[in-house]
Design a protein around this ligand. Structure first.
Ligand code: KPL
Length: 308
């Protein structure tokens, strides 16, 4: 089976390295030619919960890779359209696209480019920090959930689940992937912006009264919005779940904090801003998520002016 992971960030590199354990034909597609060449030469290295080195094929040219059975999108949510367009030739007539990205909206964009039948949604709660190109610190193991938006259970889904399990990723199929995506959204809404603002690793958010309070308020708003949209979350006690994820990924630098530390754009538009938009549409007050969005957006647009 040829599997192409698009985006060699923390999650993409982790998934690619773990998938090499399956002995399938694993490729990384990177828009950056020089980095792809480096990855091909150096390979991938995992530290932390799994310690391994892996040789991997990497390219910036879909033609060099050829037709794939599965494309896994691990790019930032604001790059989904570009990445899908780049990866489109890899799955000309057959082959599936699985999105494992944070936030809401990625499936819809992938559907636009590929057509709904070929797209699989996914969420994964792993803690992964990119230490250097191809070097990932694996800091938290969590469940991966995959599913089709229409709820059908296909052969492809079963194949991907088996593949991920062989790679060491605890994986299950859901008939309600929308519920799984919103369940992850609530978790990200409670953790990511707070870590980006305080510069704390996930676990430390639980050590301070202030961060605990803001987390509780952000999560409460997000849950109210999800309920109004009749989304069924995969857990009964959202705040306990968010706290459990903080504990399970305690040493992790969240993806949003990694972005801020690298002075890059964050995924705030696909996370807390989604809560704000849906809250406003349905008349649910979302002041805490609004504040988190405003502050993270200010950080993003003021890297040059910030005092270090
Ligand atoms: O998804 C994550 C992220 O950092 O984006 C969590 C689960 C919060 C792990 O850090």
């Amino acid at each position: 089976m040829k599997i192409v992971i698009v985006g060699p960030g923390a999650l993409g590199s982790l998934i690619a390295a773990l998938l090499t354990k399956t002995k399938e034909d694993i490729w990384l597609l990177d828009k950056d030619e020089a980095r792809a060449a480096l990855l091909e030469r150096k390979g991938l290295r995992l530290e932390g919960l799994a310690s391994m080195e892996a040789k991997v094929n990497a390219s910036a040219d879909p033609k060099e890779i050829g037709a794939a059975d599965l494309v896994i999108l691990c790019v930032k949510s604001y790059d989904t359209k570009k990445a899908m367009t780049l990866a489109r030739p890899l799955v000309p007539e057959r082959g599936a696209v699985l999105t494992l990205q944070n936030g809401i909206g990625n499936i819809e964009i992938a559907n636009e480019v590929m057509g709904e039948e070929r797209v699989i949604g996914g969420v994964t709660i792993v803690g992964a920090t990119l230490v250097d190109t191809g070097v990932v610190r694996y800091t938290g193991k969590g469940e991966t959930v995959i599913g089709k938006i229409d709820g059908s259970i296909t052969v492809e889904l079963r194949t991907i689940r088996e593949l991920f399990i062989r790679a060491g990723l605890q994986t299950r199929i859901s008939r309600d992937i929308k519920g799984a995506l919103w369940s992850k959204l609530v978790i990200n809404a409670g953790i990511n912006a707070l870590t980006a603002l305080t510069r704390l690793p996930n676990g430390k958010l639980l050590d301070y009264e202030g961060t605990r309070t803001v987390m509780r308020q952000a999560v409460t708003e997000a849950v109210k919005v999800a309920k109004r949209k009749r989304i069924k979350l995969t857990y009964d006690d959202p705040l306990s779940k968010v706290e459990a994820v903080c504990e399970a990924t305690a040493g992790n630098i969240s993806s949003m904090l990694q972005d801020v530390l690298k002075k890059r754009r964050t995924e705030i538009d696909a996370i807390n801003a989604v809560i704000v938009r849906h809250g406003q549409e349905s008349g649910i007050p979302v002041p805490v998520n609004t504040l988190l969005v405003e502050l993270v957006k200010t950080i993003e647009s003021s890297y040059g002016a910030a005092v270090s």
